[in-house]
Design a protein around this ligand. Sequence first.
Ligand code: ADP
Ligand code: MG
Length: 243
Amino acid sequence: RVSEAARLKTVDLHKSYGGFVAMSGTNLEVKAGQIVGLIGPNGAGKSTFINVITGNLFATSGSISLNDQDATLWSANKLAKSGMGRTFQNIRVFGSLTVLENVLTAVNVARPELGSVAAEDKARAWLHALNLDAVAQTSAEALAYGDQRRLEIARALALEPDFLLLDEPVAGMNHQETEALTALLRQVVADIGCGILLVEHDLPMVMALCDHIYVVNKGEQIADGTPAEIRANPVVIEAYIGQ
Ligand code: ADP
Ligand code: MG
C-alpha cells in the first residue's frame, strides 16, 4: 500500500514551446488516496502538464515536489522509479506481447526479487483487478480498444506507483466501458491508496470520481474546487462554452 503521506505538488509551473506558452503557472496537489481531476478544452495544456511532471519534458520555470523532495530536475526514469506512473493520450502497449506478458514485464521491474511463479501470480492479480483475465493470452495488438486502455492502466499499476496520471483514459470507450472503468479506478484507490490525476473530457466521469478538480484554459489555471463548486463556477462554464 502507498504511504498516506505521499504527496505530488507543483508550484507555479510554466512550459513554453519556443515562444508559445502552453502552461503558465500551474499549482496543483494530489495526495495519496485522492482522485484529482484536470480538465479544460483541447489545447489547454493538460498533456503538457503530465509530460512535464513525469519528466518527459522539462518545465520552463516553477517546481515539482514528490513526497517532499524537489523533483523538478529529475529524469523521467528517476521519477518513474520514485513513484510517478502514467498512461498516454495515445495508447502505448507492447503490441506483439500477450496481455499477461505486457503486465509481467512491469511486475519484473517493480519486483525483481520475485521468482517466475510469484511474478506471474502478481501479474494475473493485476489482470483480474482490471478485468482482463479472459484476454490474458491474447496479443495486445489484437485487443479491443477499451481492453487496450485497461491493459495500459494495468501495466502502469504493476509498476506500483504512488501516483497514477491518466491522460484521457476513457477517450473512445462506450458508456458501459466508461462506467466499468470508473468503478475499477475507485476500487484501485481504495485497495492500494495511490493518488490519481485524471485528465479527461468526460465530465460526468470526472464529476463522479474526483475529490477535487482543477480547470485550465489556454495554459492558465482558471479554477479549482470540489465537483459541486466547479459545476457552479461561471468562469468554467464560460471556458467550455467559449471553445
Ligand atoms: P491538451 O492536452 O490540453 O489538449 P496540450 O498540452 O497537448 O493540450 O497542448 C497545449 C498547447 O501546446 C497546444 O496549443 C499545442 O498545440 C501546443 N503544443 C503541444 N506540444 C507541443 C510541441 N511539442 N511543440 C509546440 N507546441 C506544442
Ligand atoms: Mg491532451
